[in-house]
Design a protein around this ligand. Structure first.
Ligand code: URA
Length: 300
């Protein structure tokens, strides 16, 4: 098995993508939305490697189903996720008095050590989310990790277990880690922007956290990052990316493909694993992002 095959296998795509003689350009890459997510059988012995973006784009464009929809725009993950803008997270509206209260809370959080921070998160009732969830989900992994992966917020499985990314999206995240030769808990820390599970909508879909909930919870993540001091941060999905980068409502696509700065630490944006489960052909783009993160790590 060559290295490209190995990567596709790790990402649960092999043998769906097969390269032909004439690679298409990245602009021609389309998505047909027909792919169904499967659980990966991870070949623990395979060695993944980052291939060039052109090669990966070509391998997507060359499949019969994607050729059929060439020229269709690649949908943005967060449009598909229906994630609302996180505008207020960037610049929350502040009222005198409330502002100083918030500032002093942020100040207190910024001075906590790891066990104090954990305890404060565990006992937090600062926003409405805590009333609707079973427990807070602080994060998991090596508190001195070089790699930090940040998602949106706990779902049902995470609320039950008290650990981030333990459901189906978490299994895919584990495979993404494996493709980078990483493992949950080993030089990797996984956290979320909000520590409490947001409510489930009438449709049965988990709602994304609201901007004020993000604003309230973000100091915890900021403190986690200050204490962990990772070398690279990977933001999973638009909620995490826009909240951490305080960009307001921009598309995830506009944030991909380059490194950003979070408090002096390089941050790479990629798709949320839950979106990748619904749109498996986007895994090729996610792999490009992971390769960028890996290259960034090497350069650090
Ligand atoms: N989605 C997230 O963003 N975080 C989790 O922990 C689980 C699913």
């Amino acid at each position: 098995m060559d290295r490209n095959e190995a990567v596709l296998r790790e990402l649960n795509l092999y043998p769906q993508w097969v390269r032909r003689e004439q690679p298409a350009t990245a602009d021609e890459v389309g998505v047909d939305g027909r792919g169904t997510a499967r659980r990966a059988d991870v070949d623990a012995g395979t060695e993944a490697s980052c291939v060039s973006a052109e090669n990966m784009a070509a391998s997507v464009a060359d499949t019969p189903q994607s050729v059929a929809v060439i020229a269709q725009p690649v949908p943005d993950a967060d449009e598909a996720l229906g994630t609302p803008p996180v505008e207020a997270a960037a610049e929350p509206m502040r009222v005198a008095g409330v502002e100083s209260e918030e500032q002093s809370r942020e100040q207190r959080i910024a001075e906590l050590d790891w066990p104090e921070l954990k305890a404060m998160v565990r006992d937090c009732t600062a926003c409405r989310l805590r009333a609707g969830c079973r427990q807070t989900v602080f994060g998991v992994g090596d508190p001195q990790a070089d790699w930090l992966f940040v998602g949106e917020g706990p779902g049902a499985d995470e609320d039950e277990r008290g650990e981030p990314f333990v459901g189906e999206a978490g299994k895919l995240l584990d495979n993404m880690l494996l493709a980078l030769r990483l493992k949950r808990g080993k030089n990797v820390y996984i956290a979320n922007v909000v520590k409490c599970r947001p409510p489930v909508e009438a449709s049965g879909k988990q709602s994304p956290p609201k901007s004020d909930e993000i604003t309230t919870c973000l100091p915890y993540l900021q403190r986690q990052i200050r204490l962990i001091q990772p070398k690279v941060i990977v933001a999973l999905g638009k909620t995490a990316a826009t909240a951490m980068l305080r960009t307001g409502d921009v598309t995830l696509g506009s944030l991909r493909g380059r490194t950003h700065d979070f408090d002096g630490i390089p941050l790479v944006v990629t798709y949320h694993p839950a979106y990748l489960l619904r749109s498996p052909l986007e895994k090729a783009h996610a792999w490009q992002d992971l390769c960028l993160a890996q290259q960034t790590m090497r350069d650090e």
